[in-house]
Design a protein around this ligand. Structure first.
Ligand code: AMP
Length: 385
């Protein structure tokens, strides 16, 4: 049974006046910690042993030497044999004792089992606990069903591979690295069969995953990930903000497109099907006339989330879009928490966020600002789930 909202809000009664901000150490943790630090919070990063040096050493806060400003943004790091161990009851107790307000990122919802997050993790989450599950494409109720109910354009699904009559992308997990992608494209059933046979033989994808894969139209156009923020504390008409837009660098796809065409054609057969492993991000802006549509979709997403998953989206979310030659947006993926590309805003902010706040406004800082506002006005229960 999922945790009751009252139970989570009740935990805040015994919280100290100066809570900490905590996150899992991967994905967007630096943005979260840096933003928290800018807003005067103390930060905790929860890490897996062997993966903590970024936080515990290279970005650790160090006291100011005379005449110098303090360095770093991570105040404390707790490590575990496995990420999921952070959810043990004793660790939750430790976090509550510190007054940790937990900011969920994709590392949290990937490494800690969703049933644990939903039913056992008794630490207040600044975000949308009950929505995390909809990011799983294998769920019956997932982000596609939410987008459809919100009348947001999604890539046309193709139910049967025999019906492939245009360029499609086949979405399934990598056979070994389960959190990575085993995606491939095809423009006909024959191509689908040839490529899937090859990927199966290589061990890149597994038969069960292929049978359950989502096949959808490939939207020809650049990818723009819109990093929005929704504030439940603001009047509804002012709640939606656009903080920034990012794009991804995907290995080895990006490596391939940097090769001249004749060298691409010389690649050995086993290297010709690109993988979509995200390895970095870049910052973008969009043509201004497209912003209207982006905001329209963002508003619809917020409304649908409030109807179907009350209290709905809290804080950051990301609509991942392709923009076609007519300037129309199609949403092919959604993050219902801080997006993976927000380190592009890290410390410097982003043109859109900065234009709103007249100071560097990253996603991490915006989250901390919301917490600060909620604390100052006695409304913290409204932003935790
Ligand atoms: P995802 O795992 O859904 O975030 O997708 C990974 C990558 O696949 C994206 O960054 C896009 O480059 C690409 N992609 C996913 N879905 C589509 C689509 N329907 N059309 C075009 N590209 C897509």
């Amino acid at each position: 049974m999922s945790l009751e909202p009252e139970e989570i809000r009740g935990l805040l009664d015994s919280y100290p006046d100066r809570p900490w901000i905590g996150a899992v150490g991967s994905h967007s943790a630096l943005d979260i910690a840096d933003g928290a630090r800018h807003e005067g919070f103390t930060t905790l990063i929860l890490s897996e042993r062997g993966r903590e040096a970024t936080y515990s050493r290279y970005f650790a806060t160090r006291p100011a030497a005379p005449g110098r400003s303090a360095r770093g943004c991570v105040d404390e790091v707790w490590t575990y044999p496995k990420f999921r161990d952070l959810a043990a009851a004793a660790e939750q107790e430790r976090m509550r004792h510190r007054g940790v307000l937990f900011v969920p990122n994709r590392a949290f919802s990937s490494y800690v089992p969703l049933p644990t997050i939903e039913s056992e993790f008794r630490v207040p989450i600044v975000g949308s606990r009950s929505m995390l599950r909809i990011e799983e494409r294998s769920e019956r109720e997932n982000y596609y069903t939410l987008l459809e109910s919100a009348d947001i354009p999604i890539p046309r699904p193709i139910v049967d591979p025999h019906a492939i009559d245009r360029l499609v992308i086949v979405k399934l997990p990598h056979a070994v690295r389960r959190l990575e992608r085993g995606f491939f494209t095809a423009a006909s059933f024959e191509e689908y069969q040839r490529k899937s046979d090859q990927l199966l033989a290589q061990g890149t994808i597994a038969r069960d995953d292929l049978d359950g894969a989502r096949i959808e139209e490939y939207v020809l156009g650049p990818v723009f990930n819109f990093n929005f923020f929704f504030s439940p504390l603001a009047p509804r008409s002012e709640g939606l903000e656009l903080l920034g837009v990012d794009e991804r660098r995907e290995s080895n796809l990006d490596g391939m497109v940097r090769l001249p065409a004749d060298q691409q054609l010389e690649l050995p057969p086993g290297m010709r099907i690109p993988e979509y492993t995200v390895v970095g991000h870049g910052s973008l802006t969009v043509r201004e006339s497209i912003l209207e549509e982006a905001f329209r979709l963002g508003e619809r997403f917020v409304d649908a989330s409030r109807t179907r998953y009350p209290p709905g989206i809290v804080g950051p979310f990301c609509l991942q879009t392709c923009i076609d030659r007519n300037g129309h947006l199609t949403v092919f993926d959604v993050a219902v928490r801080i997006g993976g590309g927000t380190n592009i805003h890290l410390s410097l902010g982003h043109p859109y966020g900065n234009a709103l706040y007249h100071e560097p406004m990253s996603t991490g800082r915006r989250i901390a600002r919301e917490i600060r506002l909620a604390l100052d006005t006695g409304r913290l229960p409204e932003i935790v789930t």
